[in-house]
Design a protein around this ligand. Structure first.
Ligand SMILES: Cc1cc2nc3c(=O)[nH]c(=O)nc-3n(C[C@H](O)[C@H](O)[C@H](O)COP(=O)(O)O)c2cc1C
Length: 545
């Protein structure tokens, strides 16, 4: 790409970002109402692909949940079909079935804005005993916990049991059906959540995950068969997002490099997810502008692993599998429960990048997002506005960018070194509610937050593809917060609906140097007793087709 095209794409993606901001007097353009009869199917299938039902695991033998939050010497589980099955279940499988009156729906291990699940996943597997299709590209179909074989690969001389790969894609229409133009942002959050979910599930098996930024969109599309127009002729297309390497054996394995796509034969055709489609041209423009192109901007940067003090995993007696399976979004909070300062810090601590520590050891870039916290109910911390600085590198830039009346007081005693600053004192419950599109969940928990990203400088430096990266990092932070909240006995919820400029104005920010990309809230949940919650896979019970 020429320099001119690069800056053009960056301008386009910033324009997309601006036009998809919600304002109190004007929400981003959406469909206005929901056409329920036309809701996209949340489960893609490939008809004509050979299908392999994965074995659902028996008793939970995963290690204690602490492995999710620190570098652990867990013994790596060998690569078998059973372990791949557990891996896909714990990362992207179903977590529960919800029911009210005559309707029912499924939840998954990875959250999704509106539970619409635009993210699809493909596993690129070596030949494994018990995998009849042999080496190839497999679409993961979570409803029946199945692999659908999309491509057959030549069998290697000896099976590579050291690693496999997972590719993620987005079907933006699923999200745009409900959210219109802002949907592209939500798809990117969801990819970030799924990426962290892949990393956390790997930790439960003693595996690691490495995001491979050198895989540009065109090569991912070729690897996964997304560019095969004939297989998507009547179906919604999928946008390539990212490829990860799942490392089973650290001492062996080779990185799959772009250009090594090796399909011998392609199998199956994608199903159509809804009858009609409403076009949202700005989403297509955002996809094009933020495409990851082959070239040097895809190289990982040196991630900053700051020598933070040892992690403070929240005390939790669950196994890793149990904790991952019980993750849910709170729909309401009780508005009274306080959490302790130690719990608060332990939850935030899981968002710091550390070597060999999930999920950010899989992330090949320095941290670019910080947390602006509205603390409501934390014992030992005065209610008010706080900043959790995920890298000290940005301290000076933020001090210059923030309004001068913000205080920057050290907010913890000297016994604990944490990157927490108090910017101001006060009851921010009404502010947080208004900021989050008037949602009570932002005010009724212990705290809520906005994720503030170094924005335009990153886009100018790395190109418009970094727009997606910033949202992926936000989604990863969200996934860490979800699991850390569960481990601490409370619950979280991602908040995609917020008024962007209200937070910026409160901090004194102007221009595009810093932008809030995602919000989150944590507190004591109140269940909706009208809903019944059941196990995720009753339809796979013995004897069910
Ligand atoms: C990117 C993103 C944005 C979300 N935004 C909101 C929101 O604004 N308000 C809300 O109540 N829930 C929000 N959620 C929570 C989803 O509704 C929830 O993840 C989904 O219903 C699935 O439920 P689960 O998380 O319990 O699996 C969001 C989730 C994600 C991942």
């Amino acid at each position: 790409m020429t320099a001119h095209k690069v800056s053009h794409a960056t301008g386009d993606i910033i324009a997309y970002h601006d036009r998809t901001k919600h304002h109190p007097e004007r929400y981003a353009r959406g469909p206005g109402g929901l056409d329920w009869a036309n809701q996209p199917d949340p489960f893609r299938r490939f008809s004509g692909s050979p299908t392999f039902r994965l074995p659902l695991t028996g008793p939970d033998e995963t290690p204690p949940a602490g492995v999710l939050f620190r570098a652990s010497p867990v013994n790596s589980q060998p690569l078998t079909v059973e372990r791949v099955s557990l891996y896909l279940e714990l990362s992207l499988g179903l977590s529960a079935r919800k029911e009210i009156a005559t309707s029912s729906w499924y939840l998954r291990m990875n959250p999704s804005s509106g539970n619409l699940h635009p993210t699809e996943a493909y596993a690129i597997l070596p030949g494994l005993p018990g995998l009849p299709g042999g080496a190839g590209v497999y679409h993961y179909a979570p409803l029946h916990h199945e692999l659908e074989q999309r491509a057959r690969w030549p069998q290697g001389e000896k099976p590579n049991a050291a690693e496999f790969h997972v590719g993620l894609t987005s079907i933006t229409w699923r999200e745009a059906w409900k959210y219109g133009e802002r949907a592209f942002r939500y798809c990117q959050h969801d990819v970030g959540h799924a990426l962290a979910a892949l990393r956390f599930a790997a930790a439960a098996l003693g595996w690691r995950v490495q995001f491979l930024p050198e895989w540009d969109d065109a090569h991912i599309a070729r690897l996964l068969g997304l560019d095969r127009a004939e297989d998507f002729a009547d179906a919604e297309s999928e946008t390539p997002e990212l490829l990860v390497r799942v490392i089973v054996d650290e001492t062996a394995g080779t990185i799959l490099s772009p250009g090594t796509e090796a399909a011998l034969e392609w199998l199956g055709r994608a199903n159509r997810l809804s009858h009609f489609h409403v076009e949202w041209p700005v989403i297509n423009e955002a996809i094009v502008a933020s495409e990851r192109m082959a070239g040097s901007a895809n190289q990982p940067e040196t991630p900053e692993f700051i020598a933070w003090p040892p992690p403070l995993p929240p005390a939790c007696g669950h196994s890793a599998g149990q904790l991952i399976r019980q993750r849910r979004s709170a729909v309401d909070f009780d508005g009274v429960t306080y959490i302790s300062r130690e719990t608060f810090l332990a939850i935030l601590d899981t968002t710091l990048p550390r070597t060999f520590t999930p999920p950010f050891d899989s992330w090949p870039f320095p941290p670019r997002l910080h947390l602006v916290l509205m603390v409501h109910r934390v014992t030992g911390l005065e209610p008010g506005l706080y900043l959790w600085l995920r890298t000290p590198t940005d301290t000076d830039a933020l001090r210059r960018a923030f309004a001068t009346n913000l205080k920057w007081e050290a907010a913890t005693d000297s016994a604990i070194t944490t990157p927490l600053y108090r910017l101001g004192r006060g009851d921010l419950r009404d502010f947080a509610r208004t900021l989050s599109c008037h949602q009570n969940i932002a005010a009724d928990g212990a705290f809520s937050l906005g994720m503030l990203a170094r924005f335009e400088p990153v886009l100018r430096q790395r190109g418009a593809a970094a727009y997606r990266e910033l949202f992926w990092e936000a989604g990863m932070i969200g996934q860490a917060l979800y699991l850390a909240a569960e481990a601490a006995g409370v619950r979280g919820t991602g908040i995609g609906c917020y008024f962007d400029e209200i937070l910026h104005r409160a901090l004194g920010l102007s221009g595009h140097g810093w932008q809030s990309l995602y919000h989150f809230t944590v507190g004591r949940p109140v269940e909706d007793l009208r809903l019944r919650t059941g196990p995720p896979y009753p339809h796979l019970a013995a004897g069910t087709p």
